[in-house]
Design a protein around this ligand. Sequence first.
Ligand SMILES: [Ca+2]
Ligand SMILES: [Ca+2]
Ligand SMILES: [Ca+2]
Ligand SMILES: [Ca+2]
Length: 377
Amino acid sequence: MIKLLLSCAFLTASFSYAQYCAGGPTSANDSNIESVSLTGDGGGISYTGCPGVIGLEEDFSQSVILGAGNNYTLYVQFGTCGGNYGGAGEVWIDFNQNGIFESTESVGTWSGTPPTAQSVFNISVPSTATMGQTRMRINHQEGGSIPLDPCASFSWGSSTDFLVDIQGGIDCSAYIGDDESDPRPVASYPFNETYSNTICYSNNNPVYNSPDVYYLLTNFASLSSLEISLCGSGFDTFLSVKDTQGNTIAINDDGPSCGPQSELTLPTAGHDSLFVVVEGWNNETGSYTININQGTLSLDQLEGNGFSLFPNPATSSVVYESAQGGQLTLLNASGEIVKRMKMTAHQEVDISDLPKGVYLFKVQNESSTTVQKLLIQ
Ligand SMILES: [Ca+2]
Ligand SMILES: [Ca+2]
Ligand SMILES: [Ca+2]
Ligand SMILES: [Ca+2]
């Protein structure tokens, strides 16, 4: 019973946290979905469209139960709440519950100028659909042409979402890590796993619409920096690191050493736990490999060696003191170079143009490369 309750709670959570794009019409007049009818294995949708609604309409007053692997008939009247104008219509169901209406999830299309016959669409629910509650979206875009963009904003028409409850299919209750409330735990290092965001994950981190997987890193007090790498993954990845307040403190799209896969190194000072979010560039999904380990910038070893920096933390400028000068490369927490300059053995460096955060102050000369952590506040 507890297990059942937990799995219900999970399904509710994974549904309510998915962030769906929302476009729709900017006017409530003219072209509109007039009616929708769908009978399933239970429940049902019986909808009347006029008067029109501006933006995305979420009609969650009713839902329909559909079985994975089964076929159903959907009736849609693409029409108008005013004058008759040409346009197009399309229906999608988010069968894999990743928060995205992919072109492969299109159920049917229509084009014409109302009045036209009611559209009759066959819904063939994939046997691999994700079990639980998801959305059906119906768009009617005046002046639009097939295929429609499920996320589009336009002047006249409709964009309406309905609830669909999938029975059978894939049970995602074991796929933890969809969002901050249910992260994949990482408490020992080095950590690595090969995993996938292809099924059972939804789009909670809106950097890209790709579904994302959340990790919660703890127990890294003995590591001065963390190197997080998606090198070797099977698609174009994007990596974010967030603190427990939800602030993004580091990001990487295409890492320095492995093409479109992502990698970054960040100091751990000031953090007890961190979220790491793996997603794809754009809508990309697939199998990935994540490695988390002590960073190659071993700050504990480097700190205090070679030069002094003061004040640190600093606000507007910082003074470098050493036996010799060199080339400064100042990097932010994402590993991006924010400043480069030649320095003398005693050099004041203006940092007033840089946002608050943790930086790496790296100095290279003929004899050495030394790095210190600089906090700007
Ligand atoms: Ca989908
Ligand atoms: Ca997610
Ligand atoms: Ca995302
Ligand atoms: Ca990338």
